[in-house]
Design a protein around this ligand. Structure first.
Ligand SMILES: Cc1ncc(COP(=O)(O)O)c(C=O)c1O
Length: 350
């Protein structure tokens, strides 16, 4: 029998708790009324993130989903088409917002490429407006790609998508909720990865470990409109400097350690690949997300997740026979080793 000391939570990098230092920074934040545009800490975060991403301006929003929806509203009109990678967060995890709010249809491309695609994929589906066709308006790149298994985009693919999109007059949005993971994996700066894109969504509440918030960044004129769209969507916040202070603290303290998450995810992936009935793609350029496929000899993903949960390892089902594990700043190497041991014990004792 396994004695469960405490649960190891690998469901997402969003489960982290603010550290005492971060909480102190939040408690002491100077605040104003950000809807009226005078919260100094929000201003500081917006300026700092715009500079980090090499863009003119940024707008602090409550969530990555809202940043993505604002991008859709900025670039598209109802009835327009948006090209996304297979399994895009916008398509799977934003509660139907792209169709319900922006009124766009998402066209997934790049089947079997872990969420990435190429310029050829874009050219194959992009449409001109006609009596029959919706106009393709926007290409959305998710880097890293969540459902793809934390995929960091390869430079060649990115370049070909950007070239084709520009040639065809399409706008480009980067869902960079985990952009820093892509930077660490590819040895690139955020500004380099963000450079070709008109807008970028960038999250503080994932690998950076802040409790709340994302920004959308881009041209100053677009960000003026973004602030109005944020209000329209109900995302206008008042003394949100308290939240922005957590994000600023994260930028100061939690960037250099993101590489640890990748090393821990690699360790988990290697350990899990050695367990009978589990398949992990070790050839993938991984970051902090590990996707594990279950053989048909094992119970379904939701059943396995429930059993692991009962033995102190929290994961999420990501399909009928796939589970996802994510490393983050609240799980260290020892916790990942222990998680692999517990998973092995549960699955070999079925
Ligand atoms: C790639 C990606 N984009 C956007 C989001 C949305 O972020 P939020 O949960 O803050 O709405 C997530 C959340 O996990 C994500 O993984």
């Amino acid at each position: 029998m396994i004695v469960v000391a405490s649960s190891i939570d690998l469901r997402s990098d969003t489960v982290t708790r603010p550290s005492p230092g971060m909480r102190a920074a939040m408690a002491n934040a100077e605040v104003g009324d950000d809807v009226l545009g005078d919260d100094p800490t929000v201003d500081q975060l917006q300026r700092r993130t715009a500079a980090l991403l090499g863009k003119e301006a940024a707008v602090f929003v409550p969530s990555g989903s809202m940043a993505n929806q604002i991008a859709l509203l900025l670039h598209c009109r109802p009835g327009d088409e948006v090209i996304v990678g297979e399994g895009a967060h916008m398509a799977f995890h934003e509660a139907g917002a792209p169709s319900a709010i922006a009124g766009v249809q998402l066209i997934p491309v790049g089947a079997g490429r872990n969420g990435t695609f190429t310029g050829e994929d874009v050219a194959a589906v992009a449409k001109m407006e006609s009596r029959l066709s919706p106009p393709t308006r926007l290409v959305c790149v998710e880097n890293t790609h969540n459902r793809g298994g934390g995929t960091a985009w390869r430079r060649n693919d990115l370049n070909s998508v950007v070239e084709t999109a520009r040639r065809q007059g399409l706008a480009l949005h980067l869902d960079g909720a985990r952009l820093l993971n892509a930077c660490v994996a590819t040895g690139t700066t955020p500004a380099e990865l963000a450079a070709p894109f008109d807008t970028i969504a960038f999250a503080f509440s994932k690998g950076l470990g802040a409790p709340v918030g994302s920004v959308i960044a881009g041209l100053a004129a677009d960000m003026d409109r973004a602030a109005r769209l944020r209000k329209m969507l109900g995302g206008g916040m008042r003394q949100s400097g308290i939240l922005a202070a957590g994000a600023l603290w994260a930028l100061d303290h939690n960037v250099d350690r993101i590489k640890d998450d990748h090393e821990n995810a690699r360790l988990l992936a290697e350990r899990l690949a050695g367990i009978a009935g589990l398949t992990v793609d070790l050839a993938q350029d991984g970051t902090n997300i590990v996707m594990v496929d279950l053989s048909t000899t094992l119970p379904s993903a939701s059943d396995v997740v429930a059993r692991l949960d009962a033995h102190g390892v929290r994961t999420l089902p990501f399909g009928p026979r796939r589970i996802r594990l994510v490393t983050h700043l609240d799980v260290d190497r020892a916790a990942c080793e222990e998680a692999a041991r517990r998973i092995s014990a549960v699955l070999t004792n079925l």
